[in-house]
Design a protein around this ligand. Structure first.
Ligand SMILES: Cc1cc2nc3c(=O)[nH]c(=O)nc-3n(C[C@H](O)[C@H](O)[C@H](O)COP(=O)(O)OP(=O)(O)OC[C@H]3O[C@@H](n4cnc5c(N)ncnc54)[C@H](O)[C@@H]3O)c2cc1C
Length: 285
């Protein structure tokens, strides 16, 4: 289908993009990689009157090591993250699992996190990595912990006049291992359930800290806090890991759609949480 008519702007700076956003308010939509917005416009699920394309703002595309971590510009693509040696391996691994090479060449980290599709991969990894989301508007920048950013189905803490400008991830604990595993839709590769884990262990193999993010299971990505609490301080026995996996869906209203029933998603979550913890632990040593 053909989208409804819209006005097109292609600013070359963040300041100009914010000016346009403030001028046009709720009539405007930011365009990043277009891998979610364009299909929605073609299906007439979205009909913005004004498009503000960030594609010409080169200053939003970077991966820079600084302040004991790595800063990633909002317009950095999955492909760039996948091939970067500066980002934590978990983030490259997760970006490399998104869709196909065409989508990874166009789709951006800022677009994925702003859109907050429940089946998107990156939100789980950003939660597990305890990332911070930096937004820009005309008079301020905000730094939002990932735990507070993903609010609900396609809903984030981003205000109407804000652009997601950067993601910051602190260096991960030295003796930690991390992994992302998903049960993927065979056609699109979206996560029916995806789990990311960062597990820090001591010399005896005991868990010092655990950080687990989940995508696909419920309306929005979330932290599996009960699972983390079971693992932290434990000896990571089969029984501990199995109990942690069982608790990963506590308080979640499971999604139910043509791809999987709520019951099947709950089952997948348990299986994938258990597998990803084991994989992360094996990478920590
Ligand atoms: C065939 C196909 C398969 C896919 N498979 C997967 C998959 O396996 N896993 C997965 O995670 N995703 C998948 N996707 C979605 C893809 O990852 C999208 O790229 C992503 O959801 C949106 O990123 P984008 O840069 O394309 O954003 P766009 O589509 O341009 O924008 C998406 C939304 O975010 C807003 N936005 C974008 N950037 C910003 C910003 N910097 N600040 C504020 N708002 C912003 C836009 O206004 C829009 O509302 C798939 C898409 C397709 C077409």
């Amino acid at each position: 289908m053909i989208p409804a008519a819209f006005q097109y702007h292609s600013p070359s700076s963040v300041a100009d993009a914010i000016d346009l956003l403030e001028t046009h308010g709720s009539n405007a939509k930011i365009l990043a990689g277009g891998q979610s917005l364009i299909p929605m416009m073609k299906l007439r699920l979205a009909d913005p009157q004004v498009i503000i394309d960030l594609g010409n703002i080169n200053s939003m595309n970077y991966i820079t090591e600084r302040d004991g971590g790595v800063a990633i510009g909002g317009m950095t693509t999955y492909a760039e993250i996948e091939s970067s040696n500066s980002v934590p391996y978990l983030l490259s691994e997760t970006a490399g699992s998104v869709a196909d090479v065409q989508v990874r060449n166009r789709g951006t980290i800022g677009g994925s996190l702003s859109h907050n599709d429940p089946a998107a991969d990156l939100p789980a990894a950003i939660i597990a990595l305890k990332g911070e989301i930096i937004t820009s508007s005309s008079n301020t920048h905000r730094t939002i912990p990932a735990d507070d950013f993903f609010i609900d189905l396609f809903t984030t803490d981003l205000a109407e006049n804000e652009i997601l400008s950067e993601i910051f991830i602190k260096e991960q604990p030295s003796n930690s291992g991390a992994a992302y595993l998903k049960f993927a839709n065979k056609a699109s590769h979206y996560a029916i359930v995806g789990v990311a884990a960062v597990i820090e262990t001591d010399k005896e193999g005991k868990c010092i800290s655990a950080s687990i993010g989940v995508s696909g299971a419920g309306p929005t990505a979330y932290r599996a806090e009960d699972s983390e609490n079971i693992l932290e301080g434990s000896s990571l026995t089969d029984a501990n890991i199995s109990e942690a996996a069982t608790q990963a869906g506590n308080n979640v209203e499971f999604n139910e759609d043509v791809h999987a029933s709520a019951e099947y998603r709950a089952h997948l979550l348990k299986v994938y949480t258990s597998r990803v913890i084991r994989e992360a632990v094996s990478r920590s040593s």
